[in-house]
Design a protein around this ligand. Structure first.
Ligand SMILES: [Zn+2]
Length: 528
């Protein structure tokens, strides 16, 4: 196992790997980016091409290929191994076969079920006709693996050896009087895939029954409010354009995709959830709301905008004089979609009463104060609402805003280790001394340093770049650090001794150490 992991690490350049996720800039012999694991404005995340390691000096996380992927994608080691092995061009067969977990089985059930539904659709000419009437081409039906739920899928799966409990856990079936029922029976099936292209749930569209759309319940692999429809196809385009069209429905998304809009997602619910906003925040800086042109769509836009307002994502609204984006694209080209700033869209089209309802909460949600001021100015120009009233109203509704806690970090697989201040000081001093070519200083202050410096030397090039980015007077800073190191050294010593049983000798050494500490304080005062 160890050799396989090493082989993968050797074959994949860490800088290239991380470049797929972060915007790395070369600084000195290292690369640097804003850390994806904590919120920051100046970059403290470094990658060393020589050592093939990464390190964030801000939040103290660090590691190699596997650690990065696991933390970034929130996946376990096994999943990271699969992805990296593929990138490295190593055959998956070499990965030791593990006992199939429940999750793997449920994924497999979904994969097989989707195939089953697809085959059933081919026998259902009238449903294919219906899909075509809605504007879908044959190859689109194929690409989105649209199906039709009919026939005895449960027996088919049981005969393949799946346990009854697995079928129930998949969410596709429910049990009644010891019998399994397909909850999507006689519905058009839209498989919902995760970003890796694995089917994790289904949505079923009924032609005559309520509810019109039925989604999978929460399962081990699907959680309501945490997924987007279409992400398996559109994510690369979203990452590239840093913009996303958000739509409500399956047909909207599919028709838009067919018309060439590739950076698009459907929200799979009635509005964006805080979780979804957090995901989007990683990839985009602009959302183009493209919900239905009806009351439900307007509500969804407002509710989503209140969450998005707490990020620095720009918000626009797609403009089309049709019921929804899908219908518009039936006889229009993608390029004909107009976009307007969300606020302008509302100001131009909503009556005063509606504006008085939506504007206070929308403006109150904006975390960007400059943008709020800009918007207030704009509203003033439209001269529909009294600004004094609006400002007061904003204050009133502030408390009602559901928080997405944008500053909160995404859950990571492992908590970053706490580091002692002493260790950090040693690391900084060594890195700066090496960087400035002052190795003799290390010798000079040897008595304050740990005996073995190897682990601190490991990161020095990256750490030096980091320190350089924070200080323009490194010489002076180094002097300061050395004083801090000495103080920390004495303080730790004093603490250490005072925790022991005190005798005369120990008291004496505490006194001595305190004197030395005092001397540094005085020296410091003189410097100032
Ligand atoms: Zn960090």
């Amino acid at each position: 196992m160890a050799s396989l992991i090493d082989e993968i690490r050797n074959r994949i350049d860490l800088v290239e790997l991380i470049s797929e996720y972060l915007n790395l800039k070369k600084v000195g012999s290292s690369y640097r980016a804003l850390c994806p694991f904590h919120t920051e404005k100046t970059p403290s995340f470094y990658v060393s091409p020589q050592k093939q390691i990464w390190k964030c000096f801000g939040c103290n996380r660090g590691g190699e290929h596997f650690k990065f992927l696991m933390e970034y994608e929130h996946i376990d080691f096994k999943e990271a191994l699969k992805i990296l092995a593929q990138k490295a061009g190593i055959e998956l067969k070499k990965i030791p076969k593990e006992i199939k977990t429940k999750i793997d089985e449920i994924l497999e059930v979904h994969r097989i079920a989707a195939k089953f539904f697809q085959e059933k659709l081919q026998l259902k000419k009238e449903i294919i006709e219906y899909l075509k009437k809605r504007g879908l081409k044959n190859e689109t039906i194929e690409e989105f693996q649209i199906g039709w739920a009919e026939g005895n899928l449960s027996d088919f799966l049981l005969n393949l050896g799946f346990e009854k409990s697995t079928l129930i856990d998949s969410g596709i079936f429910y049990e009644k009087d010891f019998e399994l029922f397909n909850r999507f029976e006689k519905r058009i099936i839209f498989p919902i895939k995760n970003s890796k292209g694995l089917i994790v749930a289904f949505s079923g569209r009924s032609l005559d029954e309520e509810p019109k759309y039925l989604n999978s319940p929460d399962t081990l692999i699907f959680k309501k409010g945490e997924n987007f429809y279409g992400i398996n196809l559109s994510l690369p385009f979203i990452k590239e354009s840093k913009e996303v069209f958000l739509v409500e429905g399956f047909f909207d998304l599919i028709l838009a995709w067919q018309s060439g809009i590739k950076n698009i997602l459907a929200i799979l619910g009635t509005a964006l959830t805080p979780y979804q906003v957090k995901i989007l925040k990683r990839y985009i800086n602009k959302i183009i709301f493209s919900f239905d042109n009806d009351e439900g769509g307007e509500m969804a836009t407002l509710r989503s905008a209140i969450l998005v307002g707490q990020t620095n994502i720009k918000m626009e609204r797609a403009v089309y004089e049709k019921k929804d984006l899908g219908e518009f694209l039936l006889d229009h080209k993608a390029e004909e979609i107009l976009k307007e700033d969300l606020l302008d869209f509302w100001l131009k089209r909503k009556d005063t009463k509606t504006l008085m309802e939506i504007l206070p909460i929308f403006l109150a949600s904006l975390s960007d104060i400059a943008l709020r001021v800009e918007y207030l100015k704009k509203i003033q120009q439209y001269d529909i609402i009294k600004i004094e009233w609006l400002i007061e109203a904003i204050e009133r509704v502030k408390k009602q805003i559901p928080k997405i806690q944008v500053t909160e970090e995404l859950p990571t697989t492992q908590k970053a280790p706490e580091r002692r201040r002493y260790d950090l000081l040693v690391e900084s001093i060594i890195s700066i001394s090496y960087g400035l070519g002052k190795k003799d200083l290390i010798e000079e202050i040897k008595e304050f340093l740990p005996e073995n410096l190897e682990s601190y030397e490991d990161l020095w090039e990256m750490r030096f770049e980091y320190e350089k980015s924070l200080n323009n007077n490194l010489e002076g800073y180094l002097e300061h650090l050395v004083r801090e190191l000495k103080k920390e050294f004495y303080r730790n010593k004093i603490k250490e001794i005072s925790q022991q049983q005190l005798d005369e000798e120990k008291v004496k050494s505490i006194m001595e150490l305190t004197k030395k500490l005092q001397k540094i304080y005085e020296e410091e005062k003189r410097k100032k």
